[in-house]
Design a protein around this ligand. Structure first.
Ligand SMILES: Cc1cc2nc3c(=O)[nH]c(=O)nc-3n(C[C@H](O)[C@H](O)[C@H](O)COP(=O)(O)O)c2cc1C
Length: 145
């Protein structure tokens, strides 16, 4: 089992509707391929974690890289793992678009700020730490409801 993490920039500013479209498109396909993960989005960045079998993760990443909805893709890590962090459903999604509260301030202090968005880190341990913090302050909601 492998875990791939990358960061990218959307070709146009993001909103939740656009992220949701990707999630709807991805969810069933990912489940069929045994892929799980999470997609984080701010107005100007994507950060995605993809977990699954080596070939499946590779193939999906190749597809995602050519998607015109984003560019400047930066691979953060591609690691052999013992178990998944995001079992449950195909692709969890978290949009970080309305950051005006204390939790946001705390996260920006800890991870930095980019264009008024929270900064997505470039090291995998920091990414996992950020996701863990988000889990605590926001939970990982079921975006379908
Ligand atoms: C940021 C981002 C994340 C994506 N994540 C996934 C994903 O997890 N699974 C997926 O099937 N497609 C994902 N896509 C969509 C793929 O790039 C591509 O559009 C889709 O897989 C096309 O599938 P098809 O060639 O089978 O029609 C993502 C696209 C973007 C821009």
């Amino acid at each position: 089992m492998y875990r791939l993490i990358y960061r990218s920039e959307p070709t146009a500013p993001l909103n939740w509707e656009k992220v949701r479209e990707i999630l709807i498109q991805s969810e069933i396909k990912n489940e069929e391929r045994g892929i799980t993960g999470i997609l984080l989005a701010t107005k100007h960045s994507f950060l995605q974690v993809i977990e699954g079998k080596y070939e499946k993760v590779n193939k999906l990443f190749m597809k995602i890289v050519t998607d015109p909805r984003h560019h400047n893709i930066q691979l953060i890590s591609f690691d052999l793992i013992d178990s998944r962090l995001f079992s449950g459903w195909g692709m969890k999604g978290l949009g970080l678009f309305d950051f005006n509260n204390d939790e946001a301030k705390m996260l920006k202090q800890k991870y930095g700020e980019d264009n008024e968005d929270i900064h997505f880190p470039l090291e995998s341990w920091q990414v996992l730490s950020l996701i863990n913090d988000l889990k605590m302050v926001r939970g990982l909601p079921d975006w379908r409801h």
